[in-house]
Design a protein around this ligand. Structure first.
Ligand code: NAD
Length: 341
């Protein structure tokens, strides 16, 4: 069987990370037919849009995509391709696991979190405008019952399927009584249908503090879009940084797999950054495709290379300027060598 997968190299360090991941996934022996679709900054210059319809059509056709990060201009310029893609394909669940990797540079052990981020609304709906240009601006935060119910059920179903014990809803309902209040109300209602999974809630600021102090007591974190975005970066910091944090965007019959991190443009073309986050996103894709054994092999190979600590990128060395750090493609080679053993 051959899997047809849309491959979006992305911007900045994206192409080298996606190439490293493609090689690792092929080393599992599974057959892939990659449909390469460029999107992002350069495409904007050539085609007048950073996300042409051909990219969306390809994902709809194949059902799955592996994506490198795409740069979003800050303050002005085109809208985030990443957010637009999630909206266009209604990829409503952003699943971001953060699990300790022995050997990674971090102060914590035994972390096993999954950030479940609502991906379609909240402040990311992108409804904002100037009330008085240059003086006052307004952004509309949208939380709806259907979207909250959908992500809540997704989180609890995920917890059940994956042997998880607890879901914690994250909110700021003390201040945003309508929007976050509705999110908490709906999440609490859905929780009643899952008596086998513990449920609790935390106010987002307290959540951040607790994640720094005692992350090991948390499990699945159910978050509206913005808090999920921020908390998943925080969680990646607990397990070794953005270089090791994978992600999946899931909708009805469609899924796009990408690292949590961005395009890290200052390192573009330098064969320097850590491919782990993108490779582990590829492993999440294998699980989604039902290739559980291959996914496990990839995850085990990544963990073995990181635990060994020799053939790893700068961010996994004891100091960032360690001269023994290897490049993106060399770390992928080491993972492939373990897979082939
Ligand atoms: P970033 O995640 O690209 O990089 C922040 C820092 O994290 C880097 O300078 C680097 O030190 C570290 N880092 C990131 N990836 C790493 C890796 N693989 N290995 C080792 N270290 C790594 O964040 P940013 O600089 O805020 O954003 C750059 C661009 O990426 C922006 O245009 C932003 O909009 C975009 N972005 C895209 C996505 C996406 O495509 N899904 C996500 C986040 C940011």
């Amino acid at each position: 069987m051959t899997y047809h997968v849309t491959l979006i190299p992305g911007d900045g360090t994206g192409p080298e990370l996606v190439e490293a991941t493609r090689r690792v996934l092929e080393a599992t022996g599974i057959s892939f037919q990659w449909e390469i679709q460029e999107a992002g900054e350069e495409v904007m210059a050539k085609e007048g849009t950073p996300l042409p319809d051909r990219v969306l059509d390809s994902i709809k056709r194949n059902g799955v995509a592996l994506k490198g990060p795409i740069t979003t201009p800050i303050g002005s310029g085109f809208r985030s391709v990443n957010v637009a893609l999630r909206h266009a394909l209604d990829l409503y669940a952003n699943v971001r696991p953060a699990r300790s990797l022995p050997g990674a540079r971090t102060r914590y052990e035994d972390i096993d979190l999954v950030i479940m981020r609502e991906n379609s609304e909240d402040l990311y709906a992108g409804i904002e405008h100037y009330v008085i240009p240059g003086v006052a601006a307004e952004s509309i935060k949208i939380i709806t019952r259907p979207a909250t119910e959908r992500i809540s059920r997704f989180a609890f179903d995920y917890a059940r399927k994956n042997g998880r014990r607890k879901v914690t809803a994250v909110h700021k309902a003390n201040i945003m009584k309508f929007t976050d209040g509705l999110f908490l109300e709906v999440a609490s209602e859905v929780a009643k249908d899952y008596p086998d999974i513990a449920f609790e809630d935390r106010i987002v600021d307290n959540m951040c503090m607790q994640l720094v102090q005692k992350p090991e007591i948390y499990d699945v974190l159910l978050c509206p879009n913005l808090y999920g975005d921020i908390i998943s970066d925080l969680a990646s910091g607990l397990v070794g940084g953005l270089g090791v944090a994978p992600g999946a965007n899931i909708g009805e019959g469609l899924a796009v797999f990408e690292p949590v991190h961005g395009s890290a443009p200052k390192y573009a073309g330098m064969n320097k950054v850590n491919p782990t986050a993108t490779i582990l996103s590829g492993a999440l894709m294998l699980r989604y495709l039902g290739e559980t054994q291959a996914a496990q092999r990839v995850e085990d190979a990544v963990r073995a290379v990181i635990a060994e600590g020799d053939q790893v990128t700068y961010d996994l060395k004891p100091a960032a300027d360690d001269p023994t750090a290897v490049g993106t493609s060399q770390m992928a080679d080491a993972i492939i060598a373990v897979l082939r053993k």
